[in-house]
Design a protein. Structure first.
Length: 289
């Protein structure tokens, strides 16, 4: 008798616009193949006015879950059945999981980052300076506070956005957060232990752009992290590494997000090195980039 073949993979994917530049599909499918998981990940271009239908369609087809990226991270919440703790606090979702027929929204932006950071330093009890107050910074700030960071200084150009993140941390998580405006060259306080860039400064193709900071205030004992994944060795990280700082790059953050997402959908802990390699290949990143 011939062997029974299962032609029906479990489906996961991503809804975004634009979608074609998102490399997540390459790293997730590499992990599925490596671990022999009968899953596929479909990268979908979804316009804002089609989001509701796309979410309903995914449910109708029995998808296991999906990622949401720009511009759907906040808008998708109204189409879901519930939110995880940090997604609720952040007010945005990037990973949706089908749990017993219900769509539950999670946010792995900050979780992936904190996991990457923990491989170098545990943020618990640490003093952190965080540049940015956009979606990524908000997610990172919430996860840092949940991980027990003692003191978080949010440095942002736009004051109201910066203060909003500070209020969120102080009022809802019981963290100690302060806002610093960013109109002039910023000097990092010398007792800072972790420095993080969660702005979009330095993202390809604007790789020559630099943070408006006094780089002499970056000290060797600080751990310096950057959310920019392309290029992974940003100007900030190169400067910090040259001073002897330990660094964490945005590629590690992206890989860890993928690892967490796949765990949600499949229950399997996949090998981050497989995803890392797949990403470097599709982004054409060489060892020294
Ligand atoms: P947003 O547009 O929501 O926020 C952008 C942030 O960058 C704001 O705080 C903005 O400040 C700041 N900013 C931009 N340009 C400047 C400038 N010239 N000077 C000072 N501040 C500036 O974007 P996101 O938060 O969604 O994304 C930010 C970055 O994080 C992106 O580059 C993205 O690639 C990266 N990211 C990485 C992920 C990963 O897995 N590695 C996951 C998610 C995001 P202001 O408020 O003053 O305008």
């Amino acid at each position: 008798m011939s062997k029974q073949v299962d032609f029906l993979p479990a489906i996961t994917g991503s809804f975004a616009q634009p979608a074609s530049e998102n490399p997540t599909v390459a790293m997730i499918e590499a992990a599925y193949r490596h671990h022999g998981l009968h899953f596929r990940y479909v990268n979908c271009e979804v316009a804002p006015e089609e989001l509701k239908a796309a979410v309903a369609g995914a449910k109708a087809m029995g998808w296991k879950g999906f990622n949401c990226s720009i511009p759907h991270k906040v808008a998708v919440v109204q189409h879901l059945d519930g939110l995880g703790e940090s997604a609720q606090l952040i007010g945005a979702v990037n990973t949706i999981v089908n749990r017993n027929g219900l769509w539950i929204g999670e946010n792995t932006d900050g979780k992936g980052f904190v996991q990457a950071l923990k491989e170098v330093v545990d943020p618990a009890g640490k003093k952190v300076t965080l540049f940015g107050a956009g979606g990524a910074a908000r997610a990172v700030a919430v996860e840092l506070a949940l991980a027990g960071a003692a003191n978080i200084t949010i440095v942002n150009r736009n004051e109201s956005r910066g203060k909003e993140v500070v209020d969120l941390l102080n009022d809802n998580i019981g963290a100690t957060a302060v806002y610093q405006c960013w109109t002039d060259k910023y000097s990092i306080e010398p007792d800072t232990e972790i420095v993080i860039n969660a702005t979009s400064i330095g993202l390809f193709p604007h790789t020559g752009d630099r943070l408006n900071i006094n780089f002499e205030t970056v000290l060797p004992r600080m751990v310096v992290a950057d959310g920019i994944h392309n290029p992974p060795k940003t100007h900030l990280l190169q400067t910090a590494a040259a001073k002897g700082c330990r660094t964490v790059d945005g590629l590690q953050m992206l890989v860890n997000q993928g690892v967490i997402g796949v765990k949600y959908w499949t229950g399997v802990d996949v090998d981050p090195a497989v995803m890392h390699q797949a990403l470097k290949k599709v982004l054409n990143i060489k060892e020294n980039d």
